[in-house]
Design a protein around this ligand. Structure first.
Ligand SMILES: Nc1ncnc2c1ncn2[C@@H]1O[C@H](COP(=O)(O)OP(=O)(O)O)[C@@H](O)[C@H]1O
Ligand SMILES: [Mg+2]
Length: 282
């Protein structure tokens, strides 16, 4: 396993004024390696957002500690380094765009990094190119589509050269075409630049594309494993009010009807392969 980028040690978190009996995070131990693609799923209120906010020191543990690239998030001096290392994308792109043009928006985070203006321009151009947004550089962000807005938000984070992208349900407000557009972009960044991705999602199909899936419930991590194992444990998912990927649900139903699809089916094409190999040939 490569270097850890995030280490979570016995973390508990109680919101100010919250009930210590039911902490938002109730004892979490977790190591995330550099270059992983991790999905986090769980029912509403299970602590996904709270956990993610600990990874760029938006929240500091009530007990235990979080290390980003070896630096404890509780130490104030580490904040600039941690925020540069782990950039966060939120659900609603409208709340993340602040400037009057796309290019200015992408530059916004860089302005606080004490970079030379020429370097800022270079990075903005590079980020816009990576996300195929060059043609929109002078457009006002509020006139863009949801998918484009979310890509602008990602471009702004990317310009800061983070090693880890934290995404909190980044596609929840997007239509299906824009969802694919945003996720393909993120996958490409992961593949080509080795960026660590931590992706909170309520779409099982999105979790199925990760290498590792965490399931949260009531402030705890209740499962942690490869998607082929976690997302086919439908009994566990259903007991939490969650669903598996459609292919996993169908494979389960087929098994109940006496068919015998192989274990670990989470993608549609795997189910199609099984059905085509067992059905009549035309
Ligand atoms: N700002 C807040 N103040 C007080 N309690 C909060 C706040 N944000 C979340 N919580 C509580 O913390 C728990 C975990 O919430 P959250 O991390 O948002 O869950 P999820 O992202 O999985 O839906 C919930 O019980 C929620 O009500
Ligand atoms: Mg949330």
């Amino acid at each position: 396993m490569s270097q850890p980028i995030i280490e979570v040690e016995a973390v508990e978190y109680v919101y100010p004024g919250g009930d210590a009996e039911t902490p938002a995070l109730a004892g979490i131990d977790l190591t995330i390696a550099q270059g992983e693609y991790l999905a986090v799923i769980g029912p509403n209120g299970s602590g996904k957002t709270t956990l993610l906010k600990h990874f760029n020191a938006l929240l500091i543990p009530t007990a235990g500690r979080v290390l980003v690239d070896g630096y404890p998030t509780a130490v104030e001096e580490n904040l600039p380094l941690i925020r540069t290392c782990c950039g966060m994308i939120f659900q609603n792109p409208d709340n993340q765009l602040v400037a009057t043009t796309v290019a200015e928006d992408v530059a916004f985070g860089l302005e606080n990094m004490a970079l030379a203006p020429a370097e800022i321009r270079r990075r903005v151009a590079e980020s816009l190119r990576t996300l195929s947004l060059e043609h929109l550089a002078d457009h006002p962000p509020h006139l863009l589509s949801g998918g484009e807005k979310q890509r602008v938000a990602i471009a702004g984070i990317l310009a800061m050269r983070p090693r880890c992208l934290l995404m909190d349900e980044p596609t929840a407000m997007l239509d299906p075409v824009a969802r694919v557009e945003v996720l393909d972009t993120v996958r490409q960044l992961h593949r080509e630049q080795g960026i660590t991705v931590i992706h909170v999602t309520h779409f099982p199909e999105e979790a199925a594309r990760a290498r590792r899936v965490l399931v949260m419930d009531r402030g705890k991590v209740v499962r942690d494993g490869p998607p082929q194992a976690v997302l086919t444990d439908l009994e566990m998912l259903h007991s939490l009010g969650l669903q598996g990927p459609v292919a996993a649900e169908l494979a389960f139903a087929l098994r109940e009807d006496g068919f015998n699809p192989p274990p670990g089916i989470i993608h549609g094409r795997e189910l199609v392969e099984f059905l085509c190999s067992s059905g009549p040939k035309h």
